[in-house]
Design a protein around this ligand. Structure first.
Ligand code: FAD
Length: 440
């Protein structure tokens, strides 16, 4: 056996140039009984709590409904799968959290609230918090007692996230920071208890991250944004006006905020692809049922070649996305295990592995969001006029899908990142792109 074949864990980006043995590729059929049970709990939750209330969720006038649904999800343990047991979670591996994201991904606005809380809201503390911060915040976030939001974007700082103007000013006694600034498009803003906030100290080049409790005061917000889709997800402008934060609430070190923001977004990106798979499967199932039931010219429309072609294309793309996503997820888990074996802590290993697979995370974000868009679009087409009706499910699916190409880094930014990261790794000698290219 060659040295290459013996090596088990793949490095990020290597899928392009390295032969992979079939047994090294994870397929969803390999999920254990325990993992399937977690997925079933998520399915039951959507069936009983979310799907019967989609209209009510989208039309809710206050954030209380979404907040109470998050409470229920917390009671079932659906907010703590990725949080280690010592901090009140279930400590499941990365691919299990991808499975949870997939199933809940069919939950429309709820899916966005849940993923913002468990992902960008909770993970900065899990991966970058010190012991005191983890002990204080993680058990409450895992149970849903406290809800989280992530405040990076500002009116003049979107894709160029490190250019934010929010300021953090150290007090004369060195005990607190005063935060002033405006954040925009903040998911869960209306009901969050904890805000992960990125701000600049003095004229620093890079952002610094803070954990801010709503109870600190100095936080106000606008009414929820009126949006094209995911209308039930609470999205706000949040203002920090002389918000006083103890120095202990700085996350990691001064100037590390942009790194935190980017690394946490990596995780969000690949999980967004999982959610897109879940959303796409929901649409495909409904489209198949409709194609079987709806008759024109005396037969089910599903018997027309044009409709069969659409359904087949939808299924193919979902399958490709699902396969690539769980394969990458397992590659991440394998690298985490390898790094832990080399002595890294759980949090260090997870961070390093996810940074390694940033290329795959960006690829999957782009692909997953575009598969969901295509699937939702063809779903509308298969429903014909009913696809355009708010009384049928495709209208919501079509509107809710669209956001995925915009948040967690737009698809334009993620496409550029893929190439940029490949070239940088090749130039640093980490990835041999030239060898295989020359061989071809
Ligand atoms: C519903 C919703 C929820 C959100 N939730 C959150 C949240 O919880 N927390 C948070 O911090 N943010 C959140 N966001 C913000 C989101 O991440 C940003 O909208 C996104 O990053 C894009 O930034 P922007 O809107 O300023 O667009 P811009 O950066 O102004 O981009 C406009 C267009 O220009 C393109 N573009 C920009 N730069 C380049 C470039 N260098 N090359 C090529 N094209 C480029 C973009 O791809 C895009 O097409 C949310 C947004 C929405 C709509």
């Amino acid at each position: 056996m060659s040295a290459t074949a013996e090596k088990t864990s793949l490095n990020g980006g290597e899928f392009l140039i390295r032969e992979t043995e079939a047994h090294q590729v994870f397929i969803p059929e390999e999920f254990s009984e325990e993992q399937q049970m977690i997925a079933d709990t998520c399915r039951d939750f959507l069936k009983t709590e979310i799907h019967p209330r989609l209209e009510e969720i989208d039309k809710a006038k206050s954030p209380d409904l979404m907040s109470s649904l998050m409470d229920k999800a917390g009671e079932l343990g659906l907010l703590g799968t990725a949080v280690p047991e010592e901090y009140g979670g279930f400590g499941m591996n990365f691919n299990t959290s991808m499975l949870v994201a997939e199933v809940l991904g069919a939950g429309h606005s709820f899916s966005v609230a849940q993923s913002a809380h468990t992902g960008i809201g909770t993970l900065p503390i899990l991966y970058y918090g010190n012991e005191e911060q983890k002990n204080k915040y993680l058990p409450n976030l895992a149970s849903g007692a406290w809800k989280a939001a992530y405040c990076l974007t500002e009116p003049d700082s979107g894709s160029d996230a490190n250019s934010g103007k929010t300021k953090a000013e150290l007090s004369a006694d060195g005990k607190t920071y005063k935060i002033n600034g405006q954040k925009m498009w903040i998911t869960n803003g209306g009901f969050a208890d904890i805000f992960i906030v990125f701000a600049k100290i003095e004229d620093d080049k890079n952002l610094t991250a803070f954990i801010i409790e709503k109870s600190f005061g100095g936080i106000t917000m606008n009414e929820p944004e009126q949006k094209l889709g995911i209308k039930g997800s609470d999205t706000r402008q949040v203002f920090f006006n002389d918000c006083v934060v103890p120095v202990e609430n700085m996350l990691s070190a001064r100037g590390n905020g942009f790194k935190i923001a980017v690394n946490i977004l990596n995780i969000g990106r690949i999980k967004l692809a999982s959610a897109a798979v879940g959303g796409s499967k929901g649409v495909l199932n409904q489209a198949i049922n409709y194609a079987n039931e709806r008759k024109q010219f005396g037969i089910s429309i599903g018997r027309f070649g044009a409709i069969k072609h659409k359904l087949a294309q939808m299924a193919t793309k979902i399958w490709v996305c699902e396969s690539a996503n769980y394969r990458a997820g397992q590659n991440i888990d394998d690298l985490i295990d390898t790094l832990k074996g080399e002595g890294l802590t759980d949090a260090e290993a997870k961070l390093k592995a996810l940074e390694q697979f940033a290329i795959e995370c960006a690829i999957m974000k782009v692909y997953g969001s575009e598969v969901l868009d295509l699937v939702a679009d063809e779903g509308v087409q298969i429903y014909g006029g009913m696809g355009y009706s708010a009384d049928a499910p495709m209208e919501r699916a079509y509107r809710d899908s669209r956001i995925n190409r915009i948040f967690e880094g737009t698809n334009e930014i993620n496409r550029m990142l893929v190439l940029d990261m490949y070239l940088k790794r090749a130039m640093k000698g980490e990835l041999d792109l030239m060898g295989p290219a020359t061989a071809v």
